[in-house]
Write a protein that binds this ligand. Sequence first.
Ligand code: FEO
Length: 386
Amino acid sequence: MTITEDVIYVGVNDHDIDLFEGQYIVPNGMAYNSYLIKDEKTAVFDTVDARFGGEWLKNIDAALAGGRPDYLIVQHMEPDHSANIKLFLESYPEASVIANDKTFTMIKNFYGLDLEARKISVRDGETFSLGKHELTFIFAPMVHWPEVMVTYDSRDKILFSADGFGKFGANDIEDPEGWDCEARRYYFGIVGKYGAQVQALLKKAAALEIRTICPLHGPVLAEDLGHYLGKYDIWSSYAVEDEGVFIAYTSVYGHTKAAAELLAEKLEAKGCPRVAIADLARDDWAECVEDAFRHSKLVLATTTYNAEIFPFMRQFIDHLTERGFRGRTVGLIENGSWAPAAAKQMREKFTKSKDISWLETAVTIKSAMTPENVAQLDAMADELCR
Ligand code: FEO
């Protein structure tokens, strides 16, 4: 795939992976993108996952029609992008690696490679000429590891954005939901904790004229860039994307589920703009995390279990708080047949979360819903719709 006259896609699609980064389901697979700039000197951006080294080298050879690359630019060291550095160096013994000092330390730590004469170390803001293409390296620490840098090609106005603007899904499957859904799940799952660092990168990017974004996962973005930049601005500033309520529940014998579903019905009947509901034991947890960050309001409904919060809920709240969940309205529904304790403990788990507004109405069910509980859910729905 040609991106511009000189820039060629040489990445691969992965349809065999079961869990990305060891924890995310990816029903549509995954893409490990890699790019090549042909100029007086030829540079390759990042390698691919370990299982695709042979396919990747074939793509490079096909793109160069017998030519050989001069440089490998390593923007990010997570092994989904760095696993084939050694293969590259063995295949092209005359080539050098362009990266920063943190990256070279990681190359040694991960792969035991001391590159010595074959390394070109760059600083933040440094430029490097391939001939017609002048590249500027922009450090983007913690988007999503500390060594990350992105690269701007001022000739073709391309931002090579590392993990930024990536999404789940292979590039040879058209995502029926478009870019936003799997890009949002990817963002909050993987980069969500580092909103401040993403904001810093967006500020640097705002000073550049960008025509194309080339991320390390997902499609190349060449049109309507304002849409993608706008989404990243919302997500990284922890702003509300959609007014509405996300109800996340766990349920052992169906009584807590019944309360969660009744609340959803009441919200819909009262005209709430968006209502989403999920079973934390059965639905994808990363989808639930993105829904919690997406909406303005969150209701958590769970049982007391071993005198604590039911495990799936406990883990879900950890997923939210460790990613910097903040600035939302939260309501609690607890169920406890003899000693309900989940609501208090759930609230305590948010003590470090900024700007949480708690609903006045709390609901305690003692086994199955009573008429009083139904009235409480009605009051909760009113409060959420206010
Ligand atoms: Fe796609 Fe952080 O690796």
